[in-house]
Design a protein around this ligand. Sequence first.
Ligand SMILES: NC(=O)c1cc2c(N)ncc(C(N)=O)c2s1
Length: 323
Amino acid sequence: MSERKIPKEVIEEVERLREEIEYHNYRYYVLNDPVITDEEYDKLMRRLIELERMYPELVTPDSPTQRVGGKVLEGFKTVKHSVPMLSLDNTYNEEEILEFDRRVKKTLQEAEVEYVAELKIDGVSIALRYENGKFVLGATRGDGIEGEDVSENVKTVRSIPLRLRKLVTVEVRGEIYMPVDEFKRLNDEREEEGLPPFANPRNAAAGTLRQLNTALVAARRLDSFIYYVVHPENYGLKTQWEALQFLKELGFKVNPHSKLCKNIQEVIDYWREWKERKKELDYWVDGVVVKVNRFDFQRILGETSKAPRWAIAFKFPAEQART
Ligand SMILES: NC(=O)c1cc2c(N)ncc(C(N)=O)c2s1
């Protein structure tokens, strides 16, 4: 078939609709602060779907219409991580976190070390790659060296941008999780269908991300928090706190409760506070991730084959089996 000429105004309208729809996705799912009604949003989306149906050659992988899924995949390709996705060592009480602080100060020969305290989200770790600001890959952690390419499913997570607010080439990492009320709704639905319930939101999120039917993934409300920039020095970032601000500027959903702590005592105060306050959250957390803030200090501390020496998980006491 000869290349059909697409009218310029159609191309311009499609591009404008994409920008506008992604902006409203950002306002609604990342900032939780929409500026148009659902009806107005649906109208924009219907118009874009109509134009892409009339001109399929205009569909691009990062079009917001790809968020509703509709593909049934054969399977997931394996993908090698650019940098291994390490796990975290654990500490369970204040004495052990003080020991972590002593080790860090000894290695650094520093009297005081700043930390960033971040809630440890009980979800599925994910690596996201963007080229010139466009989403190109979403991969699970796997064995830390290589994971599964779950890009088609990641596109259905509305809080994960398909196009960044700055057109950089970057890899970021974070957690995809299922909000508690979605977890309850899903388990009620499964019970009605005579299916076994998911034991917890993490299993529900993991099971959903492994679905080969992307429309099914889109029908479940997964969410995300992004907390890590790969090779932050490439973007002039000197600390984890700056990295979190950078992630916000790019348009990612970043947990609002992270805290820059002057010393380990502030970390302990933060841990005590959220050990009690975690029930206020609409997602499960199982502790606090404590990170040395300065990247030059992180480089001095380095990593073991399994986990960084500059970060540790400060776990909350295990509760009795949740209802
Ligand atoms: N395995 C890991 O390295 C991490 C796991 C997690 C998690 N489940 N939630 C939050 C963070 C964070 N804010 O850094 C990390 S880091």
